[in-house]
Ligand binder design. Structure first.
Ligand code: AMP
Length: 559
C-alpha cells in the first residue's frame, strides 16, 4: 500500500491551556521545597519557593520600570541565574523577552534591538572575548550621561535603558540589584492582577533566527507555543520532580529556554547549569557531582564530552535519559552516548525555532535502530507531512520537504509579514526547508537541507549574512560562502572571494576584518581567492559544486 507521507501525533493528554506564569505558580505550589535551579559557576542554588521569590520580585521590578504587557525586553548574556529569573519574570509580567545570542556583535545587536523595538536590554558585562559594556558604549554613546530610564538614542529610539548583570554597571546603566530594589514600588496584588489579564495565546518570546535573506528574523512565540513544547518534550523523556537535568546548551536558544527550562518547569525537574557557555569538563563534573539523571546537548557537545581525556574519572551512572538535537545526530555518537555515558533512554529530537522548537522525537519504546537512525515520530498534537516541489504530499519513503502544523507553530516573524507568508502557508503549515523521508510506521529521517544554512558547532550560520558582511570590505568584489564537513564543529565555513582588479589581501587580513564585527562563529575558517564561481547557464552560483571543490582541495574526508 502506498501510504502518503503524513502523520498526526497522539492526542491523549490535553495541552496546557495556561500562561507560563500560571504554570510556574502551579509548580511552586506542588514542589516548593524541592530544588529548582543550580547554577554551578555562580555557586547558586534555589528551591522552587526561593526561585518564586526571586522571580516575583523581578516581575514587580519590571512593572516598576514601566514595562507594559506586550512590550519587548532584550537579554544579551550567557547562561546564568538571572537569565532564567528574567525569563520567568518577564512571562509573569507579560513582557516579551527577546533572546539575543551572546556571541552577537554590534551590527547584529543593533538590528535585533531595533527590529523588535526593545524598551530595555539586560546585558552581561564581559564574557570571554565579548565586552558587552564596551560594545554598548559604542552603540549608545548617549547612555553614560542619561538618567536611568531616560535614554534618548537616535540609533535605537525605542530603547529606554540598559540593565547590567555585572558587579560594576557602566555609567547610565541600572544594576541588577538596583533593579530588584524597585520591586518595592509594586505590590504582589498588582502583579497578580497583571497575570490574570494575560492570555496564553499572546506573544511572550522573540527568538532571532537568521534567514536566507541575510537578516535575522524574529520568530514570535506565545506562552501556548513554548510552554506546551517544553511540557511534551519532558513528557516524552518521562521527567518528574525526581529528575535532575544538566543544561549545557545556551539559554538564548530554544534548546535551553524551552526544552530545558520549560521542560523542567512543567515537571518540577531540577535545572542544572554547569557553566556560562558549554565546557565539556564542567558538564561532566555537573553530571557526576549533582547526580544528574538527564543531560542535553547538540551532537558536537556530546562528541566533546565523549572524547574528553578525563571522562573516565567521572561517575556518570546516575544518567538515565536526555536529548541530542539541533543537527544531524551521528549514529556512532548516539551508540556511544548510550553505552559509555549510561544514557540508556537518550532521545533524538528534531525541530526548529519557528516550531517552538520540537516537532518530532524518538520515544522510550522505540527500538535501538530507530532511536539512533531517525528523528522519531511526530510529537503529540502535531502533524507532519512531506511534500514535493509543488506542495503535493509524497508517498512514504520518498524525499521531500518536511512541513509541520499544530500548536507549536510560531505566531509569525516579528514585524515581517512577507517572511511569515513565505514560511507559513494559508493552512498554517510551517515549511521547514529540511529534506526528509517518512517510513511505513511514521518514523522520519532528515536527509539534508534545501536551504544553504550552515550549522557550525550547533550555531546556525546563514551564508548570505556572512557574504553581505564580507562585501563591506573595500577589496572584495564578490563573495560566496559555503559549509564543508568538519569533524570537530560538524561544519566549517569557507568563503570564496573575488577581489577587485589590482587588489591584494591576505586571508588573515580578511579574518581580522571580521573580528569584533561579526560573531566569531560566523568568521570563515578557510578563504579561497578565485576569479569566478561555478555558475548555471541561468546565472545562479552552484554552491554544491563549490562545496565539492573545496572538500577536495582541503582534503576533507566525507563519510
Ligand atoms: P534552529 O532554528 O536553530 O533550531 O535550527 C533548526 C534547524 O536545525 C532545522 O531546520 C534542521 O535543519 C536542523 N536540525 C535540528 N534538529 C535536527 C536533527 N535532530 N537532525 C538533523 N537536523 C536537525
Amino acid at each position: 500500500m502506498n501510504l502518503p507521507s503524513y502523520t498526526c501525533g497522539a492526542q491523549e493528554q490535553p495541552l496546557l491551556a495556561m500562561t507560563i506564569g500560571a504554570a510556574f505558580d502551579r509548580t511552586v505550589a506542588r514542589f516548593a521545597e524541592r530544588e529548582a535551579l543550580v547554577v554551578r559557576e555562580q555557586g547558586l542554588r534555589f528551591t522552587w519557593a526561593e526561585l518564586a521569590a526571586a522571580v516575583d520580585r523581578c516581575a514587580r521590578a519590571f512593572i516598576a520600570l514601566g514595562l507594559q504587557p506586550g512590550e519587548r525586553l532584550g537579554i544579551w548574556a550567557p547562561n546564568r541565574a538571572e537569565w532564567t529569573i528574567a525569563q520567568f519574570a518577564s512571562a509573569k509580567a507579560g513582557v516579551v523577552l527577546v533572546n539575543i545570542n551572546p556571541a552577537y556583535r554590534l551590527s547584529e545587536l543593533e538590528y535585533a534591538l531595533k527590529q523588535s523595538g526593545c524598551r530595555w536590554l539586560i546585558c552581561a558585562d564581559t564574557f570571554k572575548s565579548s565586552d558587552y559594556h564596551g560594545m554598548l558604549g559604542e552603540l549608545l554613546p548617549e547612555l553614560a550621561a542619561s538618567a536611568i530610564g531616560a535614554l534618548q538614542s537616535h540609533m535605537l529610539p525605542e530603547l529606554r535603558g540598559v540593565i547590567s548583570l555585572g558587579a560594576q554597571p557602566a555609567d547610565g546603566m541600572l544594576g541588577w540589584q538596583q533593579l530588584q530594589a524597585l520591586a518595592e514600588q509594586v505590590g504582589a496584588e498588582q502583579l497578580r492582577e497583571c497575570g490574570e489579564r494575560l492570555q496564553f495565546d499572546e506573544p511572550i518570546n522573540i527568538q532571532y533566527t537568521s534567514g536566507t535573506t541575510g537578516f535575522p528574523k524574529g520568530a514570535t512565540l506565545s506562552h501556548y507555543n513554548i510552554l506546551n513544547n517544553g511540557y511534551l518534550v519532558g513528557e516524552s523523556l518521562g521527567l518528574s520532580e525526581h529528575d535532575r537535568l544538566v543544561i549545557p546548551v545556551p539559554l538564548y536558544h530554544c534548546f535551553g529556554m524551552v526544552m530545558g527550562n520549560l521542560g523542567c518547569l512543567t515537571h518540577g525537574t531540577t535545572m542544572i547549569y554547569p557553566s556560562a557557555a558549554f565546557e565539556p569538563l564542567a558538564a561532566l563534573q555537573a553530571v557526576a557531582e549533582e547526580r544528574a539523571s538527564a543531560l542535553y546537548g547538540v551532537p558536537t557537545m556530546f562528541i566533546a564530552m565523549l572524547d574528553h581525556p578525563e571522562r573516565g574519572g567521572f561517575d556518570l551512572s546516575s544518567l538515565r535519559t536526555g536529548i541530542m538535537a539541533g543537527a544531524t545526530c551521528p549514529i556512532e555518537v548516539m551508540k556511544r552516548v548510550i553505552a559509555e555515558m549510561h544514557m540508556k533512554e537518550v532521545q533524538i529530537a528534531y525541530g526548529m525555532t519557528e516550531t517552538s522548537p520540537v516537532s518530532t522525537q524518538t520515544g522510550p519504546s522505540d527500538d535501538l535502530e530507530r532511536r539512533v537512525t531517525s528523528v522519531g515520530r511526530t510529537q503529540p498534537h502535531l502533524e507532519s507531512k512531506i511534500v514535493d516541489e509543488h506542495g503535493r504530499i509524497v508517498p512514504r519513503g520518498t524525499i521531500g520537504e518536511l512541513c509541520t502544523r499544530g500548536y507549536s507553530v510560531m505566531l509569525g516573524y516579528w514585524n515581517n509579514p512577507e517572511a511569515t507568508r513565505e514560511a507559513l502557508d494559508g493552512a498554517r503549515w510551517m515549511h521547514t526547508g529540511d529534506l526528509a523521508t517518512m517510513d511505513a510506521e511514521g518514523y522520519i529521517r532528515i536527509v539534508g537541507r534545501n536551504k544553504d544554512m550552515i550549522i557550525r558547532g550547533g550555531e546556525n550560520v546563514y551564508p548570505r549574512e556572512v557574504e553581505e558582511f564580507l562585501f563591506t570590505h573595500p577589496a572584495v568584489a564578490d563573495v560566496q560562502v559555503i559549509g564543508v564537513p568538519d569533524s570537530k564543529y560538524g561544519e566549517e565555513i569557507v568563503a570564496w572571494v573575488k577581489l577587485h582588479p589590482g587588489q591584494a589581501v591576505e586571508p588573515e587580513a580578511l579574518r581580522s576584518y571580521c573580528k569584533g564585527r561579526i560573531a566569531h562563529f560566523k568568521t570563515p575558517r578557510h578563504i579561497k581567492f578565485v576569479d569566478d564561481f561555478p555558475m548555471t547557464i541561468s546565472g545562479k552560483v552552484q554552491k554544491f559544486r563549490m562545496r565539492e571543490i573545496s572538500v577536495l582541495e582541503l582534503g576533507i574526508s566525507q563519510h
